[in-house]
Structures are given as structure tokens and as C-alpha cells.
Design a protein around this ligand. Structure first.
Ligand SMILES: [Zn+2]
Length: 445
């Protein structure tokens, strides 16, 4: 298989443990089914699906090891487990073939946490002033410790690290590769160089700004939210109208929005979408603050991953984009994770397999067979001593008797759901039916 060919979709692999519980190489689900049917293995976990062999020990098995690849994002983190094999190409040269075994998208709850904390602050503020004598606020004399992260950020680091350390128990992980882009805040305060980041006079600052804008706007259009389309750097206040090149005047916009906006002001352009207008303005007001937060969260994550005991390698997001583009993969958190790290395209290294299903997790699942709220509900559960537990789903919240609840898997802080991988572009036709793919990644910014 040559570099540039589309990777083949493949079934998501199953984690395999040896008799003693040590991780072995993940296997094909058909193989797992066979082992289970013959009684040579038992189910160790439902999600992520893991089997334990009854007789085979780790010493009996060949374990080549797998790599764990991560694309940390603010809304979701893509995780991919891959193995790499030396292959001899048609020309007789050896190259590395990377195979995607299992992909996971971890969805973060930063926003819900932020809302919860604001609500709590409101209660406390009321309590302080409502029916008590006046006491001066005490927070002025408290300092935040070094390395403090806001709870919504801290949660990203903690939930990611905890999931990764678990995956290291289910699979023989020999290396962790993280996409780690730190922004040089000092370099970008001057704005983009004249002529744009791709001009001959482009400096490192231009690339930092491009990377920052991609991260800040989550690789989507600031005006319509389109993803996976070419994005341009857009001056909110046009340069012809005296707008500056500073970050507080720059957003990413798709070609359609860029042209539609023309020289009109952002207030005019988004007049019929007040919520979007508010969000864009709020984001523009705090670009450097965001950049600093992203830096500290990523640094903390890399440090935390270092404590797991597996070597951690960090890679720039530019390299991931480059890899993903050469392999013709669309944008998703998990595909980004698969493309993280070194792929020597010159040598013919390539990604040969992509799992067709993604395991995602955020909510705890429960089943309610009877009652006013009859049906299947998926949500978080708050356990109460009277046996009427409160379930919170995406749309509603109600109490259910413990008798109507069925435990799917004992709570491990995550809930699991399987979704299909974003459709791949395809030289290989039918298997992909890749009609939803739009023009590649935002690489032309
Ligand atoms: Zn747009």
C-alpha cells in the first residue's frame, strides 16, 4: 500500500487480558466471539469491551505493544490505539504501516461545570447578603496555588489522564503520543505580519496566530459553525475600514461567510443571529486569556500523563494536519489522534486501517422499563437513601425508583456509547460512500 491511498475501514478491536489480568494485543471481534463461544475466555468488561483468556498467560503470548495517540481538544479529546509494523513495499523498501485498532472520543463537560460553578457562586452570594449581617468578602486574602486550573479545565486533565491510565491496563501501551501545541503569547501580541501569515515575509508569529485561531474557533467558521471546509482569516472590522491585524480583530470564516460579510460590520452581518454575535464578541474580547488557558491545560496534561509510567512524546498540531491531509482523511478528533506522531511519507509510511466505530463517553446509562417516564433513558444518576434516585438526561430530570433501574456497568465515572466514525473519502468506493466529506481541512488559512 502506497502513501496517499485511503486507509481501509476495519472493525473496532477488542481488548484482551491474559489469565493473570495483564494486557495482551487487542484482537478482532470475530476472534473474541469464537473464544467466548468455546469457553476459552470470559467477558471482563462491557465497555470498553474486554475479554480475559482463561488459560493463556502473558508469558505464552507475543506482545508487540501498541501506541496510544491523543488529540486533546477543549470540547472533546480524540484517543486512538494503534500498532505499527514494518512492511516491505513493492519496491523492496521497508516502511512502517500504522493500523488503527480502537478509537475513542472523550467528550468533556467543561461548559456544564462552568455553569454549575456559577450557580453555586450565585447561591453563596445570596446567602452572604440575604439574611445575615454584613461581612466583608474574604476572597481578597486568598491566593491560588501554583499550577491552579479552573475546575472546568482541571476536569479535562483529570478525566483524560484517568481514562488513559485505564487504557494502559487494558492494552500493552508502550508509548503515548500527544498532540501538544503551545502558543507563544509574546509572539502574537503584535498581530499578523503585513500580507498575511503565508506571505513571503511571514514570521513564526503568523503561524502561531493561525494555530491559535484554529484552536480558539475549534477549526470551524466563527459565523456559521461550518467544519471541515477551507477557512480564511477574517478581519472582523475590515482593514479598509481601519480594522487592525490584532487578535482581537481576527476570526476564522468559511469562504461563503467571508464573501457574504464583505465590508459590512459584524453587528449588521449577524443581526438575525444575536446568540452567535454575542459569542463571537465574547471570544474576541479575551483571546490572550484563552491562549494562556490552553497552554496551561496542555502543559498540565502532558505532565500528568508523564506520571502513568509510559514514555510520552509530544508533537505539533501542524504535523498532525500534514499527516491527515496526505492520507486524505477528513477532520474528526479520533482521526486527528490516529494521525498524531511521525509518519515518514517519503519512506512510504502510511496509515492502513481506521476503525469504523468510535467509542464515546460522557453520560451514565440506565434503563427504565416502566412508569410515567417509561422507556430507555441515558443520563447521570444521583443516588438517594430513600431509593428514589434522580436521573438527569440530556433533555429532562426526574426521579425513578431503584426497582426501575438496571445497572449496565458499575459507575467508573464514564459512560459509553458507540458512534460510527466520520465517513472517509474514498478511492475505495462503496465501503466509504464518502459523500459527506467536504473539501479537506482548514489548511489554507
Ligand atoms: Zn461560515
Amino acid at each position: 500500500m502506497r502513501s496517499g491511498d485511503a486507509p481501509r475501514p476495519t472493525a473496532r478491536r477488542v481488548f484482551v487480558l491474559a489469565r493473570g489480568g495483564e494486557p495482551l494485543m487487542p484482537c478482532h471481534p470475530a476472534r473474541a466471539r469464537e473464544l467466548l463461544e468455546r469457553g476459552r475466555a470470559v467477558v471482563a468488561r462491557q465497555a470498553p469491551f474486554t475479554i480475559r483468556l482463561k488459560h493463556r498467560t502473558r508469558a505464552d503470548s507475543t506482545v508487540d505493544g501498541v501506541q496510544l495517540r491523543l488529540d486533546p481538544g477543549s470540547r472533546a479529546t480524540g484517543i486512538a490505539i494503534t500498532d505499527e509494523r514494518q512492511q516491505v513495499g513493492p519496491t523492496g523498501r521497508t516502511h512502517l504501516a500504522r493500523r488503527g485498532l480502537i478509537t475513542i472520543e472523550l467528550r468533556h463537560r467543561g461548559r456544564q461545570i462552568h455553569i454549575g460553578m456559577m450557580r453555586r457562586a450565585g447561591y453563596r452570594r445570596r446567602r452572604r447578603s440575604a439574611n445575615l449581617r454584613y461581612r466583608a468578602p474574604r476572597h481578597d486574602n486568598r491566593r491560588r496555588p501554583n499550577g491552579w486550573l479552573a475546575p472546568s479545565q482541571r476536569h479535562r486533565v483529570d478525566s483524560t489522564t484517568s481514562l488513559i491510565s485505564r487504557l494502559c491496563r487494558y492494552a500493552p501501551v508502550v508509548a503515548i503520543h500527544v498532540e501538544h501545541a503551545a502558543f507563544d503569547t509574546a509572539a502574537v501580541t503584535g498581530g499578523i505580519p503585513p500580507g498575511g501569515p503565508r506571505s513571503p515575509g511571514a514570521t513564526c508569529a503568523g503561524f502561531e496566530i493561525r494555530e491559535f485561531l484554529l484552536a480558539a474557533w475549534e477549526k470551524s467558521c466563527a459565523y456559521c459553525g461550518a467544519e471541515g471546509v477551507p477557512l480564511n482569516i477574517e478581519h472582523v472590522r475590515p482593514r479598509s475600514g481601519g480594522g487592525s491585524d490584532r487578535l482581537s480583530n481576527l476570526v476564522l470564516a468559511c469562504v461563503t461567510c467571508n464573501q457574504a460579510k464583505g465590508t459590512s460590520s459584524i453587528e449588521e452581518f449577524l443581526a438575525d443571529r444575536p446568540a452567535r454575535l454575542e459569542r463571537v464578541i465574547a471570544q474576541l474580547r479575551r483571546p490572550l486569556h484563552d491562549m494562556a488557558t490552553m497552554n496551561s491545560t496542555r502543559l498540565t496534561l502532558v505532565k500528568a500523563l508523564g506520571t502513568i509510567g509510559v514514555p510520552v512524546h509530544t508533537w505539533s498540531s501542524g504535523r498532525t494536519h500534514w499527516n491527515r491531509r496526505l492520507m486524505g482523511l477528513p477532520k474528526s478528533h479520533t482521526l486527528d489522534a490516529l494521525a498524531t506522531g511521525v509518519i515518514d511519507h517519503e519512506r512510504g509510511d502510511t496509515l492502513v486501517r481506521v476503525p469504523t466505530q468510535v467509542l464515546t463517553g460522557d453520560l451514565v446509562a440506565a434503563e427504565v422499563p416502566r412508569g410515567r417516564w417509561a422507556g430507555r433513558w441515558v443520563g447521570r444518576i444521583a443516588v438517594r437513601s430513600n431509593g428514589q434516585h434522580r436521573i438527569t438526561t440530556l433533555t429532562c430530570r426526574f426521579d425513578v425508583s431503584h426497582r426501575n433501574l438496571r445497572l449496565l456497568q458499575r459507575a467508573d465515572g464514564y459512560a459509553y456509547e458507540i458512534t460510527p466514525e466520520i465517513q472517509l473519502s474514498g478511492q475505495r468506493g462503496a465501503a466509504y460512500s464518502g459523500s459527506t466529506l467536504k473539501g479537506g481541512d482548514p489548511g489554507n488559512v
